[in-house]
Design a protein around this ligand. Structure first.
Ligand code: URA
Ligand code: SF4
Length: 218
């Protein structure tokens, strides 16, 4: 099955999923969206009120802030894949429970990550961070880059939390400002992995030398 088929299948399964208690109160499940082979994957916590209404990730106030953060580094929403740890809204926006997180991520997020194969994952909030960096404290690790299973992982504070706390907001803005450097590094590393293009055949063969010609500094 190719990546596009995996993502379609995940979205189809999520829409009718009853694997955890969150299905009882959801209106629309939110599988996530973005380019199939996005270089960068953003993983939030779970749908909120508006996401539950529309079935799309980050469309409320936190989403508007995320759009601003993306445009501050010259990225558009359509450049990146955006999803969540849990695909259904926890009632009253409560935190997702450990069994909801493990059921949902092992059923869906893991398959999405394998299919998209992003080179960078930006985690938004503690729950998302906890999937990649066990026992990390977000106050200590936010805005740093970690290599996890061959990908760059950059944990950030959740934009919804940052909206209400000016200090966190400044942190998220500053942390986003560090992404372009790592994105450039990621692209250089990808470029270096590509096989070198074949040398064009010279029209007249170079003369054979018995000794390799060396440049002399003198
Ligand atoms: N907060 C999240 O974590 N995810 C969304 O999709 C929206 C708000
Ligand atoms: Fe299924 Fe995930 Fe929704 Fe739970 S949160 S019902 S596991 S899609």
């Amino acid at each position: 099955m190719d990546a596009e088929e995996v993502l379609k299948q995940v979205a189809g399964e999520v829409a009718v999923c009853t694997k955890c208690a969150l299905h009882n109160s959801r209106k629309k499940a939110v599988p996530g969206e973005g380019p199939i082979h996005a270089e960068i994957l953003f993983v939030g916590e779970g749908p909120g009120f508006y996401e539950n209404e529309q079935g799309r990730p980050f469309v409320g106030a936190a989403g508007q802030f995320l759009d601003e953060l993306l445009s501050s580094i010259h990225l558009k929403r359509s450049d990146v894949f955006i999803t969540n740890v849990v695909k259904c809204r926890p009632p009253g926006n409560r935190d997702p429970l450990p069994d909801e997180v493990s059921t949902c991520t092992s059923s869906y997020l893991q398959r999405q990550i394998e299919a998209i194969n992003p080179k960078m994952v930006v985690t938004l909030g503690r729950y998302s961070m906890g999937l990649f960096l066990k026992d990390a404290k977000i106050s200590q690790v936010h805005g740093r880059m970690y290599q996890v299973d061959g990908r760059m992982v950059v944990p950030m504070f959740h934009p919804a939390a940052a909206l209400h706390q000016p200090a966190l907001k400044d942190s998220v803005v500053a942390d986003f400002g560090r992404l372009p450097g790592w994105i450039a590094q990621m692209r250089r590393e990808e470029e270096a992995k590509k096989p070198a293009p074949e040398e064009p055949t010279p029209e007249t063969p170079a003369e054979d030398h018995d000794e390799p010609t060396q440049l002399s500094l003198f």
